[in-house]
Design a protein around this ligand. Structure first.
Ligand code: ADP
Length: 539
């Protein structure tokens, strides 16, 4: 018989992260480029005061433990308030991606049965459509002050955030509850089918915050600016980890373009920032135009899609900003692996270092990884065997919101839908999404590695590779690119790729297009490309 430990059974809850920051780092700054325009400044101390007032207001509006409250909002201090107040009273903060089409927004709010909707004024049109289309919605609240609130009649009895919380007092009697209670809800982006709800527990979010802090995505001496939106997997957990560390937070609000990102990073002394590659392209263009980096920027965490060699070289070799590559997904809260160079690679030749950086990274403690073949048999960690990547751990999904069937394997692992390798040093490399991998004969060709190699060609600005039917090989790669200047020919591209990739991987066809279809989370929509080029047959 095991012997019970004798430590206190204190639940791991989200609100204490902010209470800690308010008590010990009360004057640490939370700075936002506001939706209304000016830069807004507050602190963790003031944030906790507003969160208490907001908790009173939510309770007055009838929100009870377990209720869902939707946010249609950018990265701002008010959204941070919502994260903590909603979870603090035991309700669920449902962050919604405002860039989704109207019918999908209505589907998500109806599915979640959200009772309230908080919206940034730049999303007033989307919010108005939801008021009309979602029967469970009782009240909507504009995230602004009285001077900027919409005055049209589309919202019924509209509440204004700043006015609403100003009426409330402090000293909210916070409830204490089980750490497995849901704190937030985020739907998968639906690039692979209908969106599915992922309900994050307090326990998962707190443990994940420790993992984010322990693995260098954020540290106590950083000034942090998550550019990844707070409606996308809780901005990778940074809004929870920053208060855990007491580190100042900078929010870009509506600023996603290179010049405004640069300005905010420069003036606020941002040292570490997190986001997807498409956003960083804009920042790099701006850094080149100005001839320098934002002055204090040390580290850029790139995830959500693979970082390319050209991006690593631009940040690191041109500007001395270190790149941490990371991988995760909505279902994994999201941190699964992060690429921080092991000591032995720090002294390796530069090309070898860069090659290693393109791998997604090493599994963090708490997220177990394995690769299996089509029959679920474990595959070797030799850096070449490609298999289905599976993961398990305390912040990995167990089941989707309102779905009965388990998404897990019989032995309790979550299949990520990604294909990749694991090498003897512990580095995972994603070679593709299971549905994007090109099955040429019996072999797999990685579309993402082809794309990244193609991006190194001077005449290629953007690239996507899809499999198209082939008479002999069943499927072969088609390269679709947005040219930079004069469109390249297939022969020119292949001559370049042949020095970097196996010959049999080289694309059989090339299409040059004006732009690639980009989904609401900044990823290329291959479904749209498959549809557009479905007439192509090779061989
Ligand atoms: P969706 O699955 O709908 O695209 P997610 O935002 O959850 O929404 O995306 C997770 C997926 O993004 C992963 O399964 C993986 O395919 C891809 N991804 C995330 N990070 C990386 C990375 N660093 N390199 C390559 N692919 C990545």
């Amino acid at each position: 018989m095991v012997l019970a430990g004798q430590m206190m059974d204190r639940p791991l809850l989200v609100l204490p992260l902010l209470q800690y920051a308010a008590a010990h780092h009360g004057d640490s700054a939370v700075v936002t480029r506001s939706v209304e325009g000016p830069v807004h400044r507050t602190t963790y101390g003031e944030t906790y005061e507003r969160v208490q007032r907001l908790a009173h207001a939510l309770t007055r509006l009838g929100i009870k433990p377990g209720d869902r409250v939707a946010t249609l909002a950018l990265n701002t201090w008010r959204h941070l308030d919502l994260y903590f107040a909603i979870a603090g009273i035991g309700a669920v903060c449902h962050t919604v991606n405002p860039r989704l089409p109207a019918d999908q927004l209505a589907y998500l709010l109806s599915h979640a049965e959200d009772r309230l909707l908080f919206f940034d004024i730049c999303f007033a049109d989307q919010a108005a459509a939801l008021v009309a289309g979602v029967p469970t919605l009782e009240r909507v609240i504009a995230l602004t002050d009285a001077a900027h609130a919409p005055t049209d009649g589309r919202f019924g009895n509209l509440l204004v955030y700043d006015t609403m919380i100003a009426r409330e007092g402090l000293d909210f009697p916070w409830p204490e509850f089980d750490e497995n209670t849901a704190a937030s809800l985020c739907y998968t982006s639906g690039t692979t089918g209908l969106p599915k709800g992922v309900l994050y527990s307090h326990r998962a979010l707190v443990l994940h915050s420790f993992a984010v802090a322990a693995n260098g995505l954020a540290s106590a001496d950083d000034i942090l600016m998550p550019v990844v939106p707070m409606f996308h997997v809780n901005a990778w957990g940074i809004p929870y980890t920053a208060p855990l560390l007491g580190a100042p937070l900078v929010f870009g609000g509506p600023a996603f373009d290179g010049p405004r990102l640069f300005d905010l990073m420069e003036t606020e002394g941002v040292t570490c920032t997190q986001g997807v590659p498409t956003l960083w392209q804009g920042l790099i263009v701006e850094m080149r135009a100005r001839g320098h980096k934002p002055k204090d920027l040390r580290r850029v965490v790139v995830g959500g899609a693979a970082v390319s060699e050209s991006m690593v070289r631009a940040f690191e070799d041109e500007f001395g900003v270190e790149v941490f590559h990371a991988w995760g997904m909505t279902e994994t809260t999201p941190l699964g692996v992060i690429n921080r160079p092991k000591a032995k690679f720090k002294t390796a030749p530069r090309d070898r270092q860069v090659r290693q950086k393109l791998k997604q990274g090493i599994g963090v403690f708490g997220a177990d990884l394995r690769i299996v073949d089509g029959e679920g048999r474990a595959m070797p960690h030799d850096g070449t065997a490609q298999g289905h990547i599976q993961i398990r751990g305390p912040w990995i999904i167990k089941s989707y919101f309102k779905e009965d069937h388990s998404p897990l394997t019989a032995d309790g692992w979550f299949d990520t839908g990604d294909i990749g390798t694991l090498d003897p040093d512990g580095y995972m490399e994603i070679t593709d999404r299971a549905k994007d991998v090109i099955k040429s004969g019996g072999e797999w060709i990685s579309s993402s590695m082809l794309e990244n190699a193609a991006l190194g060609h001077p005449q290629v600005a953007q690239a996507a590779v899809i499999g198209v039917p082939h008479a002999r090989w069943l499927e072969r790669p088609l390269l679709i690119c947005v040219p930079r200047g004069e469109p390249p020919t297939l022969e020119e591209i292949n001559a370049y790729l042949a020095t970097r990739l196996p010959k049999w991987w080289l694309p059989d066809a090339l299409e040059c297009v004006e732009s690639l279809p980009i989904g609401p989370t900044g990823k290329i929509l291959k479904t749209k490309l498959r549809e557009r080029f479905k007439a192509i047959r090779l061989g």
